[in-house]
Write a protein that binds this ligand. Sequence first.
Ligand SMILES: NC(=O)c1ccc[n+]([C@@H]2O[C@H](COP(=O)([O-])OP(=O)(O)OC[C@H]3O[C@@H](n4cnc5c(N)ncnc54)[C@H](OP(=O)(O)O)[C@@H]3O)[C@@H](O)[C@H]2O)c1
Length: 295
Amino acid sequence: MYGRVALITGGTGGIGMETARELARRGASVVLAGRDPRRAAQAAREIGDSAGHDRVDAVTADVTALDGLRHLAAAVAGRYDRLDVLVNNVGVNPPGRRLTPDGVELMFAAHVLAPYALTRLLLPLLRRAPAARVVNLTGGIPGGPIDHGNLQGERRLRGWTFSHYNHTKTMTMALTIRLARELAGSGVTANVVYPGHGYTPMNRDTPIRAFPYLYRPVAPLILKVVAPLLLSDLTRSARSSVYAATSAELDGVSGAYVDDRCRRKPWPASALDPAHQDAVWDLCARISGLDFQPL
Ligand SMILES: NC(=O)c1ccc[n+]([C@@H]2O[C@H](COP(=O)([O-])OP(=O)(O)OC[C@H]3O[C@@H](n4cnc5c(N)ncnc54)[C@H](OP(=O)(O)O)[C@@H]3O)[C@@H](O)[C@H]2O)c1
């Protein structure tokens, strides 16, 4: 990866930081984005030390806000003349319906709008790399229906087995399929990975109310006992992101879904539905005011 530049949102903690660490270890110049300047600087230092080079940079930005995304894209463009890898890694799972400063529902903003807008804002830089890769992360139990009347959790945030977190992660998949189509011929590919479960700040802090109803009785046991015992190896959770960012097996591959063991998997039917892809895409375009045409 020497000579390549990779941006990882949420690269200052959890799976994103492990992804950044491994890309830096392989020689890439790495940019981490997180909200807290102190944590971001510390993570950059720690990753640089473990990689044995100083090509690790940090930008403070909230990727759930359009201003934050513009600031991040401008900062990266000000420091680098190309971008080879963009990992849209930030995920959130709040207990209730929260709105961003732009008035956008928070999970939709983090999992759907941010990958759309950041890819578009960084497209000039991505196109300057010979074969840039966009990696979007799914999670939870994606694959349920996409509800056009509830894209921002307007009607409900969770059911018995499915939550709006899962809903927005299914939208990430639909968005990425459309993104791969829009980017065809541009030299930029876009794929989705599933990281598997890892004991990260997000999991540790997930309130019981954020779980679908069926899982709530066992959620405390999972969070406090099972997860710390079984899921502390974050290098495993970062494996699929690193694979999608670097593997020669994915040279030129776009619009693919890769699981936590780095295997290509079929998309869920809901993500493949062009009507869902268009609904998600059009909403992102409307909210962000950013358009992919003409490339
Ligand atoms: N952990 C799992 O078991 C699991 C399972 C399946 C899928 N996933 C997915 O994997 C991805 C990473 O998950 P994770 O568990 O590692 O998440 P995490 O623990 O919440 O990640 C923490 C990182 O995200 C940053 N961050 C959070 N909100 C941000 C914002 N608004 N803007 C910029 N940075 C922000 C944090 O930095 P600051 O706090 O410094 O801002 C930190 O760098 C997510 O997309 C998640 O949905 C996770």
